[in-house]
Design a binder for this molecule. Structure first.
Ligand code: PHE
Length: 341
């Protein structure tokens, strides 16, 4: 029995010298000094030995158990220290390496432009009124003074849905009807921003979707001079303090009289350049006094109330301000373009 104990001791110490991971160490431990280990078993059965052998076996077994426990603990410490050293080495941090750039998100240039436009109109007392992208034919056209089959409808190439009478709005003007019907007979001063859709040939100047910002003011004694002063003020705040603004006669079925608003080209200051096609002027939008029929459709008595309305194409504004040659860049999802803003 004494020999057996000594050989367990010898063998185990030898194994411990080469063991390198915690799992293997645990195995050695449970095979020797664990609950069912060989040394433990011998200790537990000392009482069954002949009386003369008991003291020597008991003493030696106890010694060996203590020795092995100590050796296992020492080995464990060593393995842990090695693992720590290894992980420190593997995860070594070189603080002199250049940092990795963090990909920071940003607002789309069209959204940035819209917010700039909102801010200018907010300063002038116009609130944002959200209207829907999917619109009824009746509100997009009929109630804006364009009955079915009226040739004026040809000005807007339209996307139809499979539901009869439901279309994608071709302009933000139907929002005028919705805002008026919500607020009549209170006075109104709102802008109606959002995406418009036209079934158009896509070119550098035309997209089939684009943002407009509609404006609507309704009240008593609102006159053409209010419209002109308001548009001129917007142009100055948008493009520059010293800019001239001009109004050209035009036609829209929902305004009377109607006009196009031009601002002096901010790039060449009216001298003529490729952006303004050598005219010195840039179109900023359509506008006019709200047509009496439209006022009535919105719930206002045109004998008492009047109003003005305008529609701005905000991607166009952005193109002028940043000399962007191709409107398709806005929705092409090319980061080389988007990350410039
Ligand atoms: N809705 C017109 C368009 O899309 C613009 C406009 C708005 C004109 C309001 C006059 C008044 O072309």
């Amino acid at each position: 029995m004494l020999d057996k104990l000594k050989s367990i001791r010898e063998q185990t110490l030898k194994q411990l010298e080469s063991v390198a991971d915690a799992g293997a160490l645990r195995q050695i431990e449970s095979a020797t000094v664990g609950k069912k280990g060989e040394v433990t078993t011998i200790l537990r059965t000392v009482g069954e030995l002949p009386l003369s052998e008991r003291p020597a076996v008991g003493r030696l077994a106890n010694e060996i158990r203590q020795e092995l426990e100590a050796a296992i603990a020492a080995r464990e410490e060593l393995i842990e220290a090695q693992a720590l050293a290894q992980s420190l080495e593997e995860g070594a941090l070189d603080v002199t390496l250049p940092g990795r750039p963090v990909a920071v998100g940003r607002l789309h240039p069209a959204t940035q432009m819209l917010r700039q436009v909102y801010a200018i109109w907010a300063d002038m007392g116009f609130q944002v009124y959200r209207s829907r992208d999917v619109e009824e034919d009746e509100i997009n056209f009929t109630l804006l003074n364009m009955p079915p089959h009226h040739p004026a409808r040809d000005m807007w190439d339209t996307f139809h849905t499979t539901t009869e009478g439901v279309i994608l709005r071709t302009h933000t003007s139907p929002g005028q009807i919705r805002a008026m019907r919500e607020y009549a007979p209170e006075p109104i001063r709102v802008i109606l921003p959002g995406m418009c859709y036209r079934y158009e040939q896509i070119t550098a100047r035309h997209e089939m979707q684009f943002n407009q910002v509609e404006g609507l003011a309704v009240g008593r004694n609102i006159r053409m001079t209010d419209l002109k002063g308001t548009m001129a003020e917007f142009a100055r705040r948008m493009y520059g303090e010293h800019l001239q603004v001009r109004f050209r006669c035009s036609h829209f079925p929902f305004t009377e009289p109607s006009m196009e608003v031009d601002a002096e080209c901010a790039l060449c200051e009216g001298k003529g350049c490729s952006v303004c096609k050598y005219t010195g002027w840039l179109e900023i939008g359509g506008a006019g006094m709200v047509h009496p029929v439209v006022l009535q459709n919105g719930g206002y008595d045109p004998r008492v109330f009047s109003g003005f309305a305008f529609g701005l194409g905000t991607e166009r504004i952005m193109m002028v301000k940043h000399d962007i040659q191709d409107i398709r860049a806005f929705w092409a999802n090319d980061l080389r373009f988007l990350e410039q803003f």
